[in-house]
Write a protein that binds this ligand. Structure first.
Ligand SMILES: CC(C)(COP(=O)(O)OP(=O)(O)OC[C@H]1O[C@@H](n2cnc3c(N)ncnc32)[C@H](O)[C@@H]1OP(=O)(O)O)[C@@H](O)C(=O)NCCC(=O)NCCS
Length: 179
């Protein structure tokens, strides 16, 4: 479906999501990861994933993995029709909150130096550069970014509000989740 319908809902990933995640990954990256590779990531020890869905369609995912108290963002993607609506920011904030509840204190990731949307999203959530890997993505460098969750988990995520949700969500107002 296209953006603008029912408000996205977030939930944890499971092995059964491998196929839909691989399809979404292939729409967002070249080359994409196939279903088998995605299933291996989803079932690996420490896998922590969050998905956004609307009307049964997966429109975004954030996949992390945890090793004791360290986390890593393995991949994240938002369907092209749903970008620039704050969805990636809210979903990653939700995934970071889930990681914090599993005892993760610090999260790192690699992002292509020329991926301006992702660089801006991560920095908006408070990630800061801690290193650079030369030619990590073919001829493109990767920045290594890190975020200390202890410093941010008590604050509301700095994401654009879910405008669609405010217009279409029939649930009564209540406490908003914090990350
Ligand atoms: C990167 C990606 C996940 C962002 O998802 P999104 O839902 O569009 O991001 P949001 O709407 O939550 O944006 C949050 C903030 O990130 C920044 N941002 C996001 N997209 C941007 C863009 N195209 N240009 C500049 N800044 C951007 C902005 O600061 C934005 O806040 P604002 O809209 O209030 O200015 C999405 O573009 C995507 O899936 N890209 C392809 C896959 C990818 O690169 N994944 C990351 C790999 S490391």
């Amino acid at each position: 479906m296209t953006a603008g319908g029912t408000a996205p809902e977030f939930r944890a990933t499971g092995e059964a999501d491998a196929s839909a995640m691989a399809r979404l990954h292939a729409r967002c990256f070249a080359p994409g990861w196939d279903e088998q590779a995605m299933r291996a990531l989803l079932t690996a020890p420490g896998a922590l994933g969050r998905i956004a869905e609307t009307e049964g369609d997966m429109i975004a995912f954030a996949l992390l993995r945890r090793i004791i108290d360290e986390g890593e963002v393995v991949s994240m993607a938002v369907a092209p029709d749903w970008r620039r609506r704050g969805l990636g920011c809210r979903l990653l904030a939700d995934a970071l909150a889930a990681a914090a509840t599993h005892g993760v204190c610090r999260v790192t990731l690699e992002v292509a130096a020329d991926n301006a949307p992702a660089q801006a999203l991560y920095r908006r959530l408070g990630f800061a550069a801690v290193g650079r890997r030369r030619a990590y993505y073919g001829g493109v460098d990767a920045d290594v970014l890190a975020l200390d969750l202890a410093g941010v988990k008590a604050a509301a995520p700095p994401c654009a509000p879910a405008a669609d949700a405010a217009e279409t969500d029939p649930r009564p107002p209540g406490p908003r989740p914090r990350w």
